[in-house]
Design a binder for this molecule. Structure first.
Ligand SMILES: NC(=O)c1ccc[n+]([C@@H]2O[C@H](COP(=O)([O-])OP(=O)(O)OC[C@H]3O[C@@H](n4cnc5c(N)ncnc54)[C@H](OP(=O)(O)O)[C@@H]3O)[C@@H](O)[C@H]2O)c1
Length: 283
């Protein structure tokens, strides 16, 4: 089995991005800036944003955190987003999810100007992506594509089974794999016989949130396995794939941690740089 090492790949891509940022700074006189809006103290979110801050430091991007109390009102959040939309130093912003239930997530995401939508979650960015127009792609699906590229994996003609259909992972990853001429099957909680779909797959993307749910008997020998799942059990991170059981059967596999997670952050850095590049060129 070849390990798809997201950490090592992300480090390499981040080094390359750092050089591009140094060059861009010489030309445009400023560095890109990513702003993160965090509501409350969700432990997983705190850990994710630390990862984003570290990555910004590594590539030489400015990072600004707006940490708000759990009971922040919709109006206050809207005002902050409006302010960041108008701030010429802010190239990309993200609203760290999940946010408390009293807030309207969809309208807040759609309030972020699309030229600052570093996560690619805005409905217009997603619409552009689904229609194969120029768009910022959601970071996790984009990070998975970058990882496949790094290992020269061409999915053309492959059967791809995606488990999960969320707007941020499963559904957009299906679109991006279809763009690369894979044949797509998307499974979800109502799928009758999951194994029937996974056993046929040359590549499986597991994006569910159920620890070790993809078992050895569900995959075909030599398959490519991308484990998106992050499940916290006793302070340990466990993927959606039974890594130990599959490792002698499959062809390629991502670990958890150090697989898709670092690639997601690398894609976020890339997205922010693209937004910055458009800003400095249109200034
Ligand atoms: N590594 C990273 O950077 C990264 C980034 C984002 C998310 N994640 C992780 O990836 C996982 C998925 O995230 P998400 O945001 O896409 O989650 P989500 O919105 O909860 O979606 C989960 C999907 O899995 C499906 N599902 C649930 N139980 C299933 C089952 N037993 N069999 C088949 N499908 C099932 C659901 O089906 P229905 O649609 O029918 O409900 C849904 O489509 C989570 O563990 C999350 O923490 C990791």
């Amino acid at each position: 089995m070849i390990l798809l090492d997201g950490k090592e790949t992300a480090n390499r891509l981040n080094e390359q991005l750092k050089l591009r940022i140094i060059d861009a700074y010489k030309t445009y006189g400023r560095i890109p800036e990513l702003d993160v809006i965090l509501v409350g103290d969700h432990p997983a979110s705190l850990s994710y944003i630390r990862g984003k801050e570290r990555a910004c430091k590594k590539v030489g991007m400015a990072y600004r955190l707006h940490h708000l109390k759990t009971d922040v009102s919709q109006k206050e959040l809207e005002a902050l987003i409006d302010q960041l939309n108008e701030d010429v130093n802010v190239d990309g912003m993200i609203l760290q999810l999940p946010i408390p239930k009293h807030l309207d997530e969809v309208s807040l995401i759609d309030r972020i100007r699309i030229d600052k939508d570093a996560d690619g979650f805005h409905v217009i960015n997603q619409g552009n992506m689904y229609q194969k127009r120029k768009a910022i792609h959601p970071a996790t699906p984009q990070g998975i594509m970058m990882l496949l590229d790094a290992y020269d994996i061409d999915v053309k003609g492959m059967n791809a089974t995606i488990i999960g259909r969320s707007n941020i992972v499963g559904f957009p990853v299906a679109r991006l794999l279809m763009d690369r001429n894979a044949t797509i099957t998307v499974c979800h909680s109502k799928t009758k016989d999951l194994s029937e779909h996974t056993k046929n797959a040359d590549i499986i993307i597991a994006a569910v949130g159920v620890p070790r749910m993809l078992k050895k008997e569900m995959v075909k020998p030599g398959a490519i396995i991308i484990d998106v799942g992050i499940n916290r059990i006793d302070d340990k991170l466990i993927g959606d794939v039974d890594f130990e059981a599959l490792k002698d059967v499959v062809g390629y596999m991502t670990p958890v941690p150090k697989g898709v997670g670092p690639m997601t952050i690398s894609a976020l850095m890339d997205n922010t740089f693209s937004l910055y590049f458009a800003h400095v060129n249109n200034a």
